[in-house]
Design a protein around this ligand. Sequence first.
Ligand SMILES: NC(=O)C1=CN([C@@H]2O[C@H](COP(=O)(O)OP(=O)(O)OC[C@H]3O[C@@H](n4cnc5c(N)ncnc54)[C@H](OP(=O)(O)O)[C@@H]3O)[C@@H](O)[C@H]2O)C=CC1
Ligand SMILES: CCCCCCC/C=C/C=O
Length: 804
Amino acid sequence: MQTMDIDKDTYANKPRKKDYIGVTFSANFQWWKRPSGVAAVCLGLLCVLLLAGIIGLSVYYNRIIGHYYSAERFQTSSLNNLTKERDQLKTSYNTLTKERDELQTRYNTLTKERDQLQTRYNTLTKESDQLQNRYNNLTKERDQLQTRYNTLTKGRDQLQTRYNNLTKERDPLQNSYNTLTKERDQLQTSYNNQTKERDQLQTRYNTLTKEKDQLRTSSNTLTKERDQLQTSSNTLTKERDQLQTSYHTLTKEKDQLQTSYNTLTKERDQLQTSYHTLTKEKDQLQTSYNTLTKERDQLQTGYNTLTKERDHLKEELNKQSSGWQKFESSWYYLSTEKKSWTESRQDCLKRGAHLVIINSKKEQEFIHEWSGCLDIYLGFHDTNTEGVWEWINDGALGQSSAPGTTYWRDGEPNDADQGEDCAQLSKKSLQIYCLRPEEQSTMVVSKAWTLHQHFQGFPKASDFHLREETLPQPRDGQVLLEAVFLSVDPYMRPYSQTMMKEGDVMIGSQVAKVIQSYNPSFPVGCHVVSDCGWRSHWVCDGAELTPVLPDWPQDIPLSLALGAIGMPGLTALYGLEEVCEIKKGETLLVNAAAGAVGSVVGQIAKIKGCRVVGCAGTDTKVSYLKQLGFDQVFNYKTVTSLEESLREAAPHGYDCYFENVGGKFSSVVMPQMREYGRIAVCGSISMYNDTTPQTGILSTPQTGKLSTPQTGILSTPQTGLLSTPQTGPYVHTYMIFKQLRMEGFLCARWKHKHQQSLRRLMAWMTEHITGTGPTTSLRGPHLVITATVSGMPDPVKTGTRTHT
Ligand SMILES: NC(=O)C1=CN([C@@H]2O[C@H](COP(=O)(O)OP(=O)(O)OC[C@H]3O[C@@H](n4cnc5c(N)ncnc54)[C@H](OP(=O)(O)O)[C@@H]3O)[C@@H](O)[C@H]2O)C=CC1
Ligand SMILES: CCCCCCC/C=C/C=O
């Protein structure tokens, strides 16, 4: 291994401490290898021997002398021997001294040599120190190199680990990528390239720097590739999931379409067969129909001619028998009642006629004679412009010329009694004079409820004020109305806020009777619907009047012209047909179901073959709605959970929701709408009287699309329709995911259809009355009118409609 090689080299160069000490000792102990060392040692030894000999001799000599003197007498003979020995010792002493000197000389020589050696030794020591320093430096460098080597090794190992991990991660990604896409082969190739690169990297493993760079490069590349693979894997996974979802949706839709296609194909085939059969039958019938039509038309023509002749004869007979007189092409009637000119004019209009208009002298003479010479009011007046006399034009005849003006009595018209605006044919002569039209008639005083002060919260009696006002005489084209039924509707609460100022007469519709008329479209006695507000009487020109349907059946209360066969009924019809576009078999929810609108909504939906769920606020109303044929009804005020009751009533949810109440009720319904559901926002009665904002919280939805209830506060609306800021909830999530359609509407949008729609409502109502229609045909709640001492309904007590 490379590592081992490096270690060997390193340790081979490394001096051991033991060896270093060895160098020092070799200078002190290996003296026998040097001559100067040997000489010095010998000299030292000789000195020691000499010293020992001198000491030994002196000891010996002292003993001998001592012994000699004591035994002088005994050992005189040995004196000579001693002297000899002394001489010999002297000789050897001299010899030794010589030798010592020689040794001293040699010692000096050796000392010199030793000094030289010492100098050389010092030089060597210095050199050794220098070497030691260099060695230390080298050691340091080596250590640094070692450290760098270790760091690099570690880095390489980490890179290797990362590389291995990346390689490991890359493999499963490669596998999933291969599974997910057709590009598997390309990725496989790139994988092989990577593997090759890895092998090359392995080969270049020995050069750390290069290897590091290569590894880093390949690591970065792999990381990038892995990220790209990860990204493309994520993208593909997402795309696959989306495709999977849309695939499922499409499969479902396709299956449904296939099913309905098959059903339709079958139905079409059956229809095709029956169409052919019917076409044949139709052709045969058409032929016989054409023949019969011709015959019928001929008969009809003959019949019409005969009918006309008969009617004409009948009319003449009737008229004659009821006092009418024919002169030339006109009929004349003489009333025996005493009335003013104005009242007589009314009386004529009631009879479908008008005050007499004279077109010729002959006619004037006939009237004079036939009347038995009575005073006769003429349809001649200058009420529009003083001094400009004209014939009345109540529509019965075309505009007449005015030949009568040539028959004025002398001095007439003179306006003698001021306001003599009408003409009379004198009983005494054939002449005309003028008189006041209102003689004998009384002025009409109307009573009206006004808005005394704007409502704060629920309306109260003190918000209203009863006012009397004298009405002007109706003029040509005008009518005088008398209220029969007034309506108190929820819309008045928010509308008054913007459309009215304090002191104005309360807005509202009424059924009124025409009691004076100068407008042939509205004869006296007919009933109209007028938007003139809460008044007892009113004079108007008829432009805004809607006649109640002709031939209104006697057994249907006229008050329904303000209910089921009036604006509320129309609202119900348009909300269902135009906004909800309701279809047979669908499930509908309606709240405020026992009200004027709600009760009709439920009944029309039943007529159309739908399943109807209704909510009302009392048990009596609940029973009433059951009688009307609603499928499921409950009292929303007494149920434990509105949410649960709604779900029980329609476990599969609601296709259509006719919204009358708004606020919290609406929040609870929203999650229970079915996909593609439609919501007709007709009203929001629960919010009209708010003084503090309602807090609308959407409960956590079944779908789980929203995890957190949503709330919010709408700032006070620009329109000022609502005095109190409205709070959430925000319904967007439901609208989006259930693909709902929510549309507000006002019934006036379809004004052009009102007449035909009223006839449809009346037809449903009549079917019910006569029992000819389905059991679900229409019934309508009536109005409760509470009379007061004032003679006007109490605006607060009549605030709620109910059924009777
Ligand atoms: N868009 C349009 O063109 C029109 C809209 N409308 C709207 O239709 C709705 C119904 O009108 P209409 O049938 O004439 O009214 P009604 O006066 O006949 O009935 C109203 C009923 O609403 C219910 N109600 C009243 N207050 C509340 C409340 N706070 N919370 C829940 N329910 C309440 C009561 O029934 P209960 O006892 O069952 O609670 C009440 O009897 C109203 O919102 C009105 O504004 C009406 C006509 C036209
Ligand atoms: C003065 C009669 C106006 C009738 C308009 C009714 C529209 C109702 C709207 C909401 O409640």
